[in-house]
Ligand binder design. Structure first.
Ligand SMILES: NC(=O)C1=CN([C@@H]2O[C@H](COP(=O)(O)OP(=O)(O)OC[C@H]3O[C@@H](n4cnc5c(N)ncnc54)[C@H](O)[C@@H]3O)[C@@H](O)[C@H]2O)C=CC1
Ligand SMILES: C[N+](C)(C)CC(=O)CC(=O)[O-]
Length: 472
């Protein structure tokens, strides 16, 4: 099964199938799509263009080499040889059953079928299936290529090996599988989303708030809190020093007050739909869906990168995934010390990468060289390190958010306490965008003064310098 594991079939290439296709492809899988819509290829192309820009910006290293995308006229052709099938056809049980039957008549019995269903339980999806244990719910969130959460619902009838493998695949894609222990309509997260949506529909129907006011209430307040601590940690803090118990004592009784209409659904009659659509047009109609997607993606990237910096919530998850995909530190000729994409939060009011960020790039390049010569985390913990004492940066060409680049580094001098580096930052087409000459001095972290490196590090520095022709 090992070779076939790198091929995923996407059955249904709409909003969600397109997002899955992008995530698999950008994480190095080959992707085979079947969708009867004659526009499917164009639509997936649009989603993929957004994903190619956004997903690499989340990481401080390059993503794996992109897989190959192909389109197929039948389910059978698409799933043959696939190790993973992601079903993303419309939310109709009869249609999903027909599609599963066709998938299972061609699929390798060891492959997994994940369903994107927002609401059906695995036992419902599995009804009448040739092998029910092959079908799991893997419910993602839009945009699938950026949001890590995927609800993994195996249901009662499942093969633990398939579930373990599904967790491994999803984690490898950079997703955060949340195992739902007992099957339930609409899983976990959509229960909240439905409740919030119902309440919002009432507010509009009753003329209390517009779509714009409701969105403002979310994004200026509790929406920000939820992204980093969720509901219960947030409420624990809201209980003050007495924590959760005090919070429940104070606000629990309010649940019985006539605040909410959660159990009733407002009738979505023409008048209500017209009102919502008109308010939504007034709020966001000046932007196309693609422009809104870009705004959403840039904001999500910037927020997720901030959480990465804090090592918190989804940021902690992304840090762990980056450690999995980061290339090993190894010598090579030419010595590429950084390979990544310019993230959106590195750009400024001039619309290009801000000068301050070049310092980060060349600092990362120097860190690579330090690890290469053995001045790694353990070495630093032992009380020895290098300090940069001088840099000369030349800015030669602009670069922009989403642009891939790499840094090639040369050791100009490496002897005793001195380590002099020359870096060239190059764009995808090889254009030199910036150069940096950088002098590092070996130090004791105890005395904060210069001192000779440990013998093995000094030897590696000298060897590296000699291999780069230093002093020749
Ligand atoms: N849109 C959303 O926010 C989310 C949707 N989901 C779930 O993902 C699934 C798909 O939803 P969307 O992508 O939003 O729908 P969509 O309408 O954007 O895409 C569905 C695609 O399936 C294709 N299709 C129809 N019959 C097919 C068949 N027999 N074989 C192959 N393809 C077929 C359609 O041509 C269409 O391109 C649903 O189960 C939905 O509940 C899950 C998470 C979020
Ligand atoms: C509206 N929806 C129920 C299809 C939403 C989801 O299933 C998840 C999401 O992306 O919000």
């Amino acid at each position: 099964m090992t070779d076939a594991r790198q091929t995923a079939a996407i059955i249904g290439g709409g909003v969600i199938g397109g997002g899955w296709a992008a995530r698999f492809l950008l994480m190095g899988w080959d992707v085979r799509v079947h969708d009867p819509d004659p526009e499917a290829e164009r639509k997936i192309g649009d989603v993929l263009a957004g994903a190619r820009r956004a997903l690499p910006m989340l990481y401080d290293v390059a993503l794996p080499d992109e897989g190959t995308l192909t389109f197929h006229n039948s389910v059978g052709e698409a799933v043959t040889g696939a190790a993973w099938v992601q079903e993303s056809v419309p939310e109709r049980l009869d249609l999903k059953h027909r599609v599963f039957a066709e998938i299972q008549s061609h699929l390798d019995p060891e492959a997994v079928i994940g369903s994107s269903t927002s609401g059906f339980k695995p036992s419902e999806l599995q009804q009448g299936a040739k092998d029910p244990t092959q079908i799991l719910v893997t419910h993602p969130f839009n945009p699938v290529y950026l949001l890590p959460l995927v609800e993994l619902v195996p249901g009662d009838t499942h093969d633990p090996r398939a579930v373990a493998w599904a967790e491994e695949v999803l984690t490898g894609l950079g997703m955060a599988p949340l195992r739902v222990r007992a099957e339930i309509d609409a899983h976990i997260a959509d229960r909240f989303l439905e409740a919030v949506w119902r309440e919002a529909l009432w507010l509009i129907k009753d003329g209390i708030a517009t779509t714009a006011e409701i969105d403002e209430a979310i994004r200026m307040g509790f929406g920000l809190r939820w992204a980093q601590m969720g509901l219960f940690e947030t409420y624990r803090i809201a209980g003050g020093e007495a924590g959760m118990r005090h919070f429940i004592e104070q606000f629990g009784p309010a649940l019985a007050w006539p605040w909410t209409k959660l159990m009733d659904v407002p009738e979505l009659d023409d008048a209500l739909i017209d009102r919502i659509a008109a308010q939504s047009d007034a709020q966001s109609g000046h932007l196309s869906i693609r422009e809104l997607e870009r705004l959403r993606d840039d904001n999500l990237v910037a927020m997720l990168r901030a959480l990465r910096q804090q090592g918190s919530a989804a940021g902690a998850h992304l840090n762990a995934h980056e450690a999995q995909i980061a290339p090993a530190i190894a010598d090579a000729s030419p010595l590429v010390t950084v390979r990544r994409t310019v993230p959106v939060d590195w750009t400024d009011y001039n619309g290009h990468m801000n000068e301050g960020r070049y310092g980060q790039v060349f600092s990362d390049a120097a860190d690579f060289v330090m690890r290469l010569v053995g001045a790694d985390a353990d070495y630093i913990a032992s009380g020895l390190s290098y300090f940069t004492v001088e840099t000369t940066v030349k800015y030669l060409a602009e670069t922009h958010a989403g642009a891939p680049f790499h840094v090639v580094t040369q050791v100009l001098e490496g002897a005793g306490k001195k380590l002099k580096l020359y870096h060239e930052m190059r764009g995808e087409d090889g254009t030199v965008q910036a150069t940096c000459e950088q002098m590092l001095i070996h130090v004791s972290l105890e005395t904060r003064r210069s001192c000779p490196p440990r013998a093995d590090v000094e030897k590696k520095v000298e060897e590296l310098a000699a291999s780069h022709g230093a002093g020749a």
